[in-house]
Design a protein around this ligand. Structure first.
Ligand code: MRU
Length: 348
């Protein structure tokens, strides 16, 4: 399993590094983020991706943004707030991005009056805390979901909600890692996840590293493997969960949930409390990112559609709560999620 996806080396004079996921599975490489523009670009083009990892990157990106400021308090505070506003424009769907930036902004306010140096130190400590807390939450998600991965079962996942998508250890993959650590044998089917192939490039790579039995399928094969009885449950991650349990995740997730319902396969979502957006009532309010048509017509450099082909490219979809058997959080498993059950677990 890969080490920390996003990391800070050293103190305030140190540096931010992240695994460049666009190079995987062929090359495993950490790159240094020298400027806030580089952090924004890394989020935008998915060098770092996955809701919790984006949150960690944004928090550390704010530190990059104030690192070279003088110790004048007003300058540090102004630059920090501008950095937060700028990073918030990188991607719209994963709420962890905004959750982390809000936490960092609150930190600025808390330290106003104590001097620029104190604000800088507090922001670095907060960014490191966001990272460490995410790593701990992921392990608890693993604990709370591992019982679902029974001996000999088949589990299907979509996109990558593993170690690479978080600080470390993953959300949807965490119960699989925990079950594997306990010696349980099971099979994973990984949807390749068009158009950017996070399942093929990243989930397959991670699970192979961990020594877990995994089989790559094209997205359009999920129905067949379910019909053949090879899949006993589905676990996916989430980018934003509304107060009623409607869940945004990588495009194609909704289709998998509909297939699972038809085949009587329980469909689970795994996510930390930082992925819930209780301010919005339903999935209809979740902003869905649209990406460039090139990712579909010219994926990975080769043209696969006629020049000028019209495209429609939402990067995420919303699975209605009624299709979700349970949401595995670090605070416990929310079965048959609805407004009340969600509020009682993550609303406090
Ligand atoms: O576009 P991406 O690769 O950032 O999309 C990632 C997903 O949809 C993940 O499933 C989600 O962020 C959960 S990550 C623990």
């Amino acid at each position: 399993m890969p080490e920390q996806t996003v990391r800070w080396i050293g103190d305030l004079d140190g540096r931010m590094e992240l695994i460049d996921q666009t190079l995987l599975p062929l090359e495993f490489k950490f790159i240094t983020m020298n400027t806030i523009e580089e952090v924004w670009e890394a989020i935008k083009v998915l060098r770092v991706r996955g809701a919790p990892a984006i949150g960690v990157a944004a928090a550390m990106g704010m530190v990059v943004g104030i690192q070279k400021a003088s110790d004048d308090e007003k300058e540090v505070a102004d630059r920090a707030i501008r950095a937060a506003e700028y990073l918030a424009t990188s991607r719209p769907t994963a709420v962890n991005l905004f959750w982390a930036l809000d936490r960092m902004k609150r930190c600025v306010e808390q330290y106003r009056g104590k001097g620029g140096r104190a604000i800088k130190a507090a922001l670095l400590a907060e960014a490191k805390a966001i990272r460490d807390e995410d790593a701990a939450m992921c392990r608890r998600i693993g604990d709370n979901g591992q019982h679902l991965i029974t001996e000999g079962c088949g589990v299907l996942t979509h996109c990558n909600a593993g170690s690479l998508a978080t600080a470390e250890y993953g959300t949807a993959l965490a119960p699989m890692y925990r079950a594997h650590e306990r010696g349980r044998k099971f099979r994973v089917y990984a949807d390749e996840t068009r158009p950017l192939l996070q399942g093929a490039r990243l989930t397959m790579w991670e699970l192979q590293q961990a020594g877990i039995d995994c089989t790559l399928i094209c997205d359009n094969m999920a129905a067949v493997v379910m019909r053949q009885g090879k899949v006993n449950l589905v676990i996916v991650g989430a980018d934003r969960i509304a107060a009623n349990g409607d869940t945004a995740n990588k495009i194609g997730t909704y289709g998998v949930a509909v297939l699972a319902k038809h085949h009587g396969v329980p469909f689970y979502v795994a996510a930390p409390s930082s992925t819930f957006d209780l301010k919005i009532g339903s999935g209809a309010e979740i902003p869905i990112e649209e990406r460039g048509g090139d990712e579909v017509t010219r994926g990975f450099g080769r043209q696969t559609a006629p020049t000028g082909a019209k495209t429609y490219c939402p990067a995420f979809d919303v699975t209605p709560a009624e299709l979700i058997a349970g949401i595995i959080t670090e605070r416990g498993l929310i079965e048959r999620p609805d407004r009340e059950r969600i509020a009682s677990v993550v609303g406090v």
